[in-house]
Design a protein around this ligand. Structure first.
Ligand code: ZN
Length: 146
């Protein structure tokens, strides 16, 4: 992995001190795995009036999956499910860009640090795991019509 050192530090910080990591506890708890790497995440969230008012996740896996889940939790809490899905789409597009996009920092905040991951197709699933779990949980909670 050849990531910019500043970006590497952001990822490492989230990996070492993950945000909103704890025991998932609400009724909308989902479990996602990334078999190609061995990453796992369990995530629960609470939607109040369509807004993500709480989200807790727990997981094991590589630094990319854990850091991305931590960054995702920061990004979606406080947003409406629709707003959070828009950020997720932006991030997913970035991850699928094979290194051709850099992403919008205004939208992605710390997730911009993961831009370099898009050059490594085998790791893209690691970066998207937490987001996929969020999407699943938000749909289960009834916050989004798909
Ligand atoms: Zn991984």
């Amino acid at each position: 992995m050849e990531l910019d050192s500043l970006y590497q530090q952001v990822i490492l910080d989230h990996y070492k001190s993950p945000h909103h990591k704890g025991l998932p506890n609400s009724s909308t708890s989902v479990h996602h795995v990334n078999p190609s790497c061995g990453d796992e995440i369990t995530l629960s969230l609470i939607l109040t009036d369509g807004k993500v008012t709480d989200l807790v996740w727990d997981g094991v896996g590589c630094s990319i999956s854990q850091a991305s889940s931590s960054i995702m939790s920061d990004l979606v809490i406080g947003k409406s499910a629709e707003e959070a899905f828009a950020v997720m789409e932006h991030f997913t597009t970035l991850m699928q860009s094979k290194g051709t996009l850099t992403g919008d920092e205004e939208v992605l905040e710390d997730a911009i640090a993961l831009a370099g991951v898009s050059k490594f197709p085998a790791r893209v699933k690691c970066a998207l795991l937490g987001w996929m779990a969020f999407k699943d949980a938000a749909i289960q909670a009834g916050g989004v019509n798909v």
